[in-house]
Design a protein around this ligand. Structure first.
Ligand SMILES: Nc1ncnc2c1ncn2[C@@H]1O[C@H](COP(=O)(O)OP(=O)(O)O)[C@@H](O)[C@H]1O
Ligand SMILES: [Mg+2]
Length: 409
């Protein structure tokens, strides 16, 4: 019964944790990428500035010696390009050169397909302080990207392991959190079952005594006879209520009950005959369409009987005189489908949401028929579900309702 709540709680834990973890991972990655890229930029800028400062000039143009060899330059990963003021490349050192045009104003250039980062350092003629060109210092980002890849792997792996651990912890936590609730619910169920069981005998005694008293009405005043009749009616209602509570408590506790092969067609025929008199008394047409196939399910016959009694009783009570009630059964694929349809008062969509709730009755039912307690449909639903089936209902106000019970074949 609490399985769904536990799963929902666990998923909520996991969802919250996953969100926190994602925010954390994104923050760590952003800071890390930013810091590492800045480090490369700083290193390249220092290297470029040192080399640019030692450039030679001739007639206001950069002069690069042909056999220039720059210390500290990693020829495999880094490169230098001297560019004149028109953007022509004058001299190159190193293997990894940027193929992008030298955009002079952009001091940092990144070519993602080559995974290269370049910095353009202006070269100023020390003699007349005029800009004569640029030195473009480039470095391969392969190493950096590899580091980022490892970081991503680490973060993803860490996240998966953390989620697994949180999942395990969550299972433990939800169990801890739900245990007291489940225990108190169990106790409540046990109390309901015990209380309704204990109430059976005194109720029976009251009923028997009233019956005995009413057997000789000659000896009592007419008003006393009426009182005894009222006692009888109330006792019957109370007995029905305790039986319903006991049945619900037993269904909730999923107590093992004897299961047998039940011939649904026979049960429905029997019920249609049994309720015929009540229907006729209210001027209702109660019809039954027997199925073509023999519909057999495995279940507890007492419970199955109770399920359909509740549905048929409802349709009789909630259908005004001259109405029709039709019971039908059929085999649909792998489901046995039983329909109890009436032309009764029907229900609104809002009411339909509550009809299977315990003790729920519509306001009109409360004022019109005092025999019910609002447990009938809750019991019917519990019984259908305990047999692997389900109940659905379609209804239209003032037109009628159709309750459909489905059992797996
Ligand atoms: N066939 C029906 N037609 C109209 N309303 C219905 C029908 N069956 C059930 N209901 C509504 O659902 C409520 C709950 O039904 P149920 O659980 O059997 O309780 P009860 O019959 O004791 O009132 C009823 O009070 C009634 O308002
Ligand atoms: Mg009812």
């Amino acid at each position: 019964m609490f399985q769904k709540t536990r799963i929902r709680l666990l998923l909520a834990y996991l969802g919250i944790f996953a969100s926190i973890l994602s925010v954390f991972a994104i923050a760590v990655r952003t800071v890390f990428v930013h810091t590492m890229t800045n480090q490369v930029v700083d290193k390249l800028t220092t290297l470029g500035q040192t080399i640019a400062a030692s450039s030679g000039f001739k007639n206001g143009r950069i002069q690069v010696q042909d056999n220039l060899s720059v210390r500290d330059l990693d020829m495999q990963r880094q490169s230098l390009q001297w560019i004149d003021i028109q953007g022509n490349i004058i001299y190159v050192q190193g293997n990894r050169t940027l193929s992008l045009p030298s955009v002079v104003r952009d001091s940092i250039q990144i070519q993602p397909n080559l995974s290269l980062l370049s910095i353009n350092i202006p070269i100023v003629d020390t003699y007349n302080r005029r800009l004569v060109g640029y030195l473009r210092v480039s470095q391969s980002l392969d190493e950096l990207n590899e580091t980022f890849r490892k970081l991503d792997l680490g973060l993803a792996g860490g996240a998966v392991i953390s989620l697994l651990l949180v999942g395990l912890g969550g299972i433990f936590l939800t169990r801890q959190a739900m245990e007291p609730i489940e225990k108190s619910f169990d106790r409540l169920q046990q109390f309901t079952a015990d209380a309704s069981h204990e109430m059976r005998s005194p109720l029976m005694a009251i009923r028997a005594s009233s019956q005995v008293a009413l057997r000789y009405p000659e000896g009592m005043r007419p008003s006393d006879a009426e009182e005894f009749n009222a006692i009888m009616r109330s006792t019957e209602r109370l007995s029905r209520l305790t039986e319903d509570l006991l049945m619900l408590a037993r269904l909730d506790k999923k107590l093992a009950s004897t299961w047998e092969n039940i011939k649904l067609a026979e049960i429905l025929k029997h019920l249609a005959d049994q309720f015929q008199a009540q229907a006729v008394a209210k001027n209702l047409t109660l019809s039954y369409q027997p199925p073509n196939d023999s519909l057999v399910i495995k279940g507890n016959s007492e419970q199955i009987l109770r399920l359909f009694i509740n549905l048929i009783e409802n349709s009789i009570h909630y259908t005004p005189p001259d109405g029709k009630i039709n019971i039908s059964a059929s085999l649909l694929g792998s489901w046995l489908e039983i329909k109890v349809a009436d032309t009764g008062c029907g229900m609104t969509a809002e009411q339909l949401e509550h009809i299977f709730d315990r003790f729920w009755r519509s306001d009109t039912s409360r004022s019109q028929w005092t025999g019910g307690s609002g447990l009938g449909l809750a019991i019917a639903k519990s019984i259908a579900e305990s047999h692997g089936g389900k109940i659905t209902v379609t209804s239209q106000l003032e037109v009628g309702s159709c309750f459909i019970v489905k059992f797996p074949k």
